[in-house]
Structure formats: C-alpha cells, structure tokens
Design a protein around this ligand. Structure first.
Ligand SMILES: NC(=O)C1=CN([C@@H]2O[C@H](COP(=O)(O)OP(=O)(O)OC[C@H]3O[C@@H](n4cnc5c(N)ncnc54)[C@H](OP(=O)(O)O)[C@@H]3O)[C@@H](O)[C@H]2O)C=CC1
Ligand SMILES: CCCCCCCCCCCCCCCC(=O)[C@@H](N)CO
Length: 336
C-alpha cells in the first residue's frame, strides 16, 4: 500500500529534475534603483502610477505621451509626492522618426514599459475603419516602433549595465476575446506573439520580456470606455471587479523585477495565465508545476465562464429591436 505514495514521490522528483534541467530562460532579478525606466503613456492611469512607484524606488524615470500639458501635470504630481524629477518626452508612438530621435537623445534605457494604448469600443460591424486602424497603429505597431527605436542603445554595454527589461501592457482582453473588443483584442493578443518571439531574440543580450494582463482598471481611459461600452460587455465585465491603477502598477513593477513573462494582476488573471501557458517562457519551477497540473481544471472552469458570456451575448442580441433601441450598443463607434 505504501507503494502509491512512493511512486507519486518518485514522479514528482523526476518532474522537478526535468523542470530544473530544462526550464528556460534562467531566473533573473532586474533592479530599478538608479536605472533608467522609460514609460510610455506615463501621463495617465496605469503608466502614471507606475512612474510614481518607480520614482519612489529610486529609478531615473522618463514618461512619454503626446499631450505636453498632461505630461507636465504628471511630472509635477510625481515631484510633489516623491521629490523626484522625472523626464518627459513628447511623441506619438505612431511616428517612428520622432521616437528614434527621442531614444537617441535620452540616456540608454534599462527598463522600457510599452504601456500606451487606446480602446474604442463597439462591435466591428459598426466601427469606423479609421478607428480600427488607429487602435492597431497605437497598440501594436506603436509598440514595435518603440522597441525598434530603443533596442540599439538598450543593447549597448549590456554586460556592464546588468539585465534589462521590455514590458508590454496587454490586457485580459489579450487572453480572452470579449464582445466589443474585436480590434482591441487582436492588438493585445498580438503583443503575446511579439513578446514570445522577442524574448527568444533578446535572451543572449540579457534583455527580458514581461507581458502584463490587467483586468478593468480605474483610470481616465476606463471612464471614457464606459461611456460607450456595449451593454453585453457591461454585463460580462461585471463578472470581475476593477482594480486600481496603483494595484496594477505594483503587479507590473514586481513582474518586471522578477523577469516574469506572463504577469497577472488578480486571481482570475492568475488562473487565465496558468491555463494559457502554451509556449510562454517560464523561469519558475513552482509556476511551471502549477501550469502542468492546473491546465485541465482551468479549462473546466473556463467553459463555465464562456457559457455565461455566450448566454449574455445571445440574450441581449436575439431581440434586434432591443439592440437598436440601445444607442450605446448599436451605435457605439458611430458616436466617435
Ligand atoms: N484601464 C483599463 O481598464 C485597462 C487598460 N489596459 C491597458 O493599459 C494601458 C494603459 O491604460 P490606461 O492607464 O487606462 O490609459 P489612459 O487612457 O488613462 O492613458 C493612456 C496613456 O497613453 C498615452 N497615449 C495614447 N495614445 C498615444 C500615442 N499615440 N502615442 C503616445 N502616447 C499615447 C496617453 O497620453 P496622450 O493622450 O497625451 O498621448 C496616456 O498617457 C493601455 O495599453 C491599455 O490598453 C489593459 C487592461 C485594462
Ligand atoms: C478561468 C478564467 C476565467 C476568466 C474570467 C474573466 C472575466 C473577465 C471580465 C472582463 C475583463 C475585461 C478586461 C478588459 C480590460 C481592458 O483592456 C479595457 N478596460 C481597456 O481599457
């Protein structure tokens, strides 16, 4: 009878050995103190909270966005609460040449956080093509622009400067495609492919990629989004409660510092990451263990969530007059 626990013990031991030998990349610690942390979309919401936290941990911080007034307000608020002066950079991430000029002028970057992002809600059918293109351009191409502009100087003298990080701000809508998020989800799922490939390209340069998957987060961006959110998505979003920008920024900074590839922000997000590990690089034996053993159970749980999401979608949409009567639902993007 004692043979079963012994067999289980041997199995777990072999599994640990397998993971210890094979898991890549190796664990890493990425400090932020006295290092240059460059945050796009750093004048508002999650990016602004992150800038506050990085500055208070002794990082040299630069925030980038388009609106100079918002950037200056952000700089003043960070100075007021931390006593630290952050640098500001004015650029649109869609403009590669300006980004290149900004990156060539700034101190070489140790931690690049590609956090800028836009969401214009609504069903694809009713969305203006210019808004579809704008989301792809800012969220996905903008991130590629940033990385391409920053990389040459990030790689320089890396051996003497220690490990670096590139963090990509995805979303839980980059793990599950939600109603009203066709384009946005495409851009945020796109960041996952980008991140996996980039990590493989940059591992020998000691540059480590993190992908962050926040749920709804109380920011100026979310306030705007909620004004036009399709009713189906309002009901789906009610399945999980919003986090504060400070909480998400804390998870982001911890994820960056530990070189974690898939960074979740709340418990449901943690389950989503465990269940969708696929080919994500993994450094932690414990998490790899959990991914291997939890995947099936999480799929079981996810099926129940999907059942609920599809119930909501078909109940709200079977009566098309109801849909049309709700201006927010049907004409969401036409309002833009
Ligand atoms: N809030 C939420 O519920 C969630 C947000 N996210 C993601 O987190 C990130 C931050 O979101 P949140 O804090 O809500 O954002 P906000 O809308 O509050 O702020 C967006 C920031 O991005 C900047 N920005 C927008 N467009 C550009 C551009 N073309 N070039 C440069 N900067 C730009 C804005 O400044 P300016 O307009 O001056 O350029 C601003 O600083 C986004 O990528 C978002 O998709 C993910 C999950 C949930
Ligand atoms: C086992 C798995 C369970 C999964 C359940 C998940 C329930 C999540 C509800 C909706 C979350 C919406 C996130 C989008 C946030 C976002 O990116 C926008 N706010 C952009 O501004």
């Amino acid at each position: 009878m004692a043979t079963i626990p012994i067999l289980i013990g041997i199995f777990l031991l072999l599994m640990s050995l397998y993971l210890t030998l094979l898991l890549r990349p190796k664990p890493v610690k990425i400090p932020v103190k006295n290092r240059h942390v460059f945050i796009t979309g750093g004048s508002s919401g999650i990016g602004l909270s992150l800038a506050h936290q990085a500055a208070s941990e002794g990082a040299r911080v630069t925030i980038l966005a388009r609106d100079p007034n918002k950037l200056e307000q952000a700089r003043d608020s960070i100075h007021l609460s931390t006593g630290v002066n952050v640098n500001i950079a004015i650029a649109d991430v869609r403009d590669f040449e300006t980004l290149k000029a900004v990156m060539d002028e700034a101190d070489p970057i140790d931690v690049l956080v590609c956090n800028q992002g836009v969401y214009i809600g609504g069903e694809l059918e009713f969305q203006k093509m210019e808004n579809v293109k704008m989301m792809v351009h800012v969220n996905l191409l903008g991130t590629l622009n940033l990385i391409k502009a920053a990389l040459p100087r990030m790689k320089n003298n890396r051996k003497t400067r220690g490990p670096a990080s590139i963090a990509l701000m995805s979303s839980q809508a980059g793990q599950c495609g939600f109603y009203g998020y066709t384009t946005y989800s495409a851009t945020k799922f796109g960041l996952r492919g980008l991140g996996e490939a980039l990590q493989m390209e940059l591992i020998s340069d000691d540059i480590h990629v993190s992908l962050i998957f926040p749920p709804d987060t109380a920011t100026p961006g979310l306030i705007e989004e909620k004004k036009r959110r399709p009713i189906v998505m309002r009901k789906i979003a009610a399945c999980s409660s919003p986090m504060t920008a400070d909480e998400v920024a804390r998870k982001t900074l911890n994820g960056i510092k530990s070189g974690t590839f898939l960074v979740s922000c709340n418990f449901l997000g943690f389950l989503m990451c465990l269940g969708a590990a696929d080919f994500a690089p993994q450094r932690s034996i414990l998490t790899a263990f959990a991914e291997i053993f939890a995947a099936g159970f999480i799929r079981f749980y996810a099926v129940a969530f999907l059942w609920r999401f599809y119930e909501i979608s078909s109940r709200c949409n079977t009566n098309s007059s109801h849909k049309r009567a709700d201006g927010v639902t049907k004409n969401s993007s036409e309002l833009m």
